[in-house]
Structure formats: structure tokens, C-alpha cells
Design a protein around this ligand. Structure first.
Ligand code: 5GP
Ligand code: MN
Length: 338
């Protein structure tokens, strides 16, 4: 699904463009949105970025961050008007429309043309046009490739390049996941040539950890990590009380699941977090074992083969029990994965 010409025509003349992305936006969600926003502004558009929920403070340095609107119930009327008045809506880094939570009805009802740019598996067809490529490591990579295809690479400045680099860097796990292709490095080479400094970007994103988060990580690994060698599986559950005890902020639980995956012999890891109204689950795997299948079959989720998420309205304990009860069905596959 690559509607390059249609997307090109759509942004030919300056108009109002709204960009949105998934809930709990990560660096790819924010980096691709703000990178695209920078580009569209240079093309003369009036650009608005609206996200469904807060995002981690270690992304506040991204160029254009100060203009991002975060959905809040009290702003519903004002935000609804923005969705009604816009000409084009870009939906970035998600393809299941329920991933934008309160913004879903606003996107659906808007008369604007909708464009999806994404790299997740099995997109839903809510958009008029799409640039969708599951081989891309990050939506930020697709944004750069789109700008390049439109012959506008010269418009990418340092702040935009930093945004795109941040998205690619984090979605590839700092260029180590299996999605780190030649194309990834070619795009990144161009971003570096534009003049970004990579080391400060890594520091701002990864080495900006609060003491609370560090202690929380230590606690989770020491007290909450469960390893089940018979399934080559490791997981962590986090209660609401534990989040409160460590004054956990948005993003403080990020990365924990990868540490569970680092246990020797383990090829699948999960973290189950009690978020009050739901239990949020993150899954990671290595090799051919697809956590996306597991998340979509049992936990109302999706994502990629090696990184997926899901959610339940069960209690944390019930969610854990459900997860443990589905494991036997995957045991053979887990033990066979190389
Ligand atoms: P994370 O564990 O970092 O939240 O998400 C890992 C991957 O799975 C991301 O690519 C994310 O987009 C996807 N993902 C996370 N939660 C969900 C979900 O509830 N539904 C779907 N379809 N994808 C999800
Ligand atoms: Mn992404």
C-alpha cells in the first residue's frame, strides 16, 4: 500500500494538516510526527500535532515539542473542532485505530482526507491513503523516505533530522534488532550528514534516568522477575501500589521487558502493568517466535513479530493466570525456536 502520488497531490497546496499518533507515544511516534510536522510547515502548511496521551519527558527536547497538544477531557470540544476544521489528517506509527483512544471517533468523523504512515503488521483500512511498509524499522524511516521521494531532502534541517533519528534509533534498539537493515543505515547516514550529533541524542533519551526509575528497575528485576525455563519465558508483573511506591512516571517501565529478555536461554519476555482501568502488556521475543500472534490471539493486541503489546480489563492476577494458561499451547514452538 503505497499511495505516493495521492499523498503528494494531497500536500501540494498549503492547507491545514493535523498529525496524530498512538497513545503513550514513544520516540518513533513523537519523532516521526514532529519530523513530518517540520517538513509540512516548510511546505507552507498550517500544522497541528495532537497526541492521545502524555509521553515521557525525555522526548520534550524534540524540535517542535512545545506545540504538541495532548488530549485531555476538558479540551475535548476545542480538539474536536480542530479535527473538524482540518483538511488532512496524518496518522503515524499505528494501524489499529483503537490505539488512539479518545481521538478515534474524531478521526473517524472528520471529513478530512486521512493518510496512514506506518510499519506495523496487518493495518486496518480506516485511511484514504497509506504508506505502509512492515519492513521499515520505524515510521521515522518512512517519513524520511517519503520526503526523499518527493524530492525535498534538502528541506530536512537538523531539528527534523534529530526527530527522525530518535525514532529510528529507539525502534531498532540502537541499531541492534533484526529490523536494522541497510536502508536503516542509509537513512541514518543521510541524517548524520545533515549535521546531527548522535551521541547527545542517545544521552538525552537513555541516560536521563531519574533515581526513582533506577530504583524501580532494580526492585522489579530483584523482586518481580519470574523465569520459566520450561517455556524459555521470563516475565514481570507490576501492581498499581508498586508504581506509586516508586513515584513511577510515564516511560519509567519502558525497557524493563527487554532486560527480562536478556536472561540466558530466554526467548520470550513480558511485562504486565496494572494501569488502573486496564492491564497493559508488553511482549518481546527473539528469532521466529511471534509475540504479535500471541498478543493478538489472547490479549486484544498486536504489533510486530518480536515486539508486541496488548491489554486486558481483567485484574493483574487474572491476566497473569491467563498468560500462564495459554503458554502450554506455545511450548513446543518456544522450545524449537533458534
Ligand atoms: P510496547 O510494548 O512498546 O508498548 O509495544 C510494542 C509494539 O507493539 C509497538 O510496536 C506497539 O505499536 C505495538 N503495540 C503495543 N500495544 C499494542 C496494542 O494494544 N495493540 C496493537 N495493535 N499494537 C500494540
Ligand atoms: Mn514505530
Amino acid at each position: 500500500m503505497q499511495d505516493f502520488d495521492a499523498i503528494h497531490d494531497l500536500i501540494e497546496k498549503p492547507q491545514t494538516v493535523l498529525i496524530t499518533t498512538h497513545l503513550n507515544p514513544d520516540a518513533d511516534a513523537m519523532g516521526s510526527s514532529l519530523g513530518l510536522a517540520g517538513y509540512l510547515k516548510k511546505k507552507g502548511h498550517h500544522v497541528i500535532v495532537i497526541v492521545p496521551t502524555e509521553y515521557p519527558e525525555n522526548l520534550y527536547w524534540l524540535g517542535g515539542n512545545e506545540e504538541v497538544i495532548v488530549f485531555e477531557e476538558k479540551k475535548r470540544v476545542e480538539i474536536s473542532q480542530l479535527f473538524e476544521q482540518t483538511d488532512v489528517i496524518f496518522c503515524l506509527d499505528f494501524s489499529a485505530i483503537n490505539r488512539i483512544r479518545d481521538l478515534e471517533p474524531l478521526v473517524r468523523q472528520s471529513r478530512a482526507k486521512k493518510v496512514m504512515i506506518d510499519h506495523h503488521l496487518e493495518p486496518e483500512s480506516f485511511a484514504d491513503y497509506a504508506y505502509w511498509d512492515t519492513k521499515a524499522a520505524a515510521t521515522a524511516q518512512l517519513i524520511f523516505q517519503l520526503i526523499d521521494r518527493f524530492g525535498d531532502k534538502n528541506l530536512v534541517d537538523v531539528p527534523m533530522a534529530e526527530c527522525l533519528y530518535a525514532g529510528i534509533m529507539t525502534d531498532t534498539g540502537s541499531f541492534r534488532h533484526a529490523n536494522t537493515t541497510g536502508d536503516v543505515h542509509r537513512v541514518v547516514a543521510e541524517l548524520i550528514d545533515i549535521g546531527i550529533e548522535v551521541s547527545p541524542i542517545h544521552r538525552r533519551i537513555y541516560d536521563n534516568v531519574s533515581v526513582d526509575k533506577l530504583r524501580f528497575t532494580g526492585y522489579a528485576l530483584s523482586e518481580k522477575l519470574v523465569v520459566l525455563p520450561e517455556y524459555r519465558f521470563a516475565y514481570i508483573t507490576i501492581t498499581d501500589a508498586e508504581l506509586k511506591r516508586f513515584r513511577s512516571k510515564m516511560g519509567d517501565t519502558e525497557g524493563l521487558v527487554n532486560q527480562a529478555l536478556a536472561v540466558e536461554g530466554v526467548i520470550m519476555a513480558a511485562i504486565l502493568i496494572d494501569r488502573g482501568d486496564e492491564v497493559k502488556m508488553s511482549f518481546r521475543s527473539v528469532g521466529d517466535f511471534s509475540v504479535r500472534d500471541l498478543a493478538s490471539q489472547h490479549f486484544n493486541g498486536g504489533g510486530h513479530k518480536n515486539a508486541a503489546g496488548g491489554r486486558t480489563t481483567l485484574t493483574l492476577k487474572e491476566t497473569e493466570e491467563k498468560l500462564l494458561s495459554v503458554l502450554p499451547a506455545y511450548q513446543e514452538q518456544l522450545l524449537e525456536t533458534v
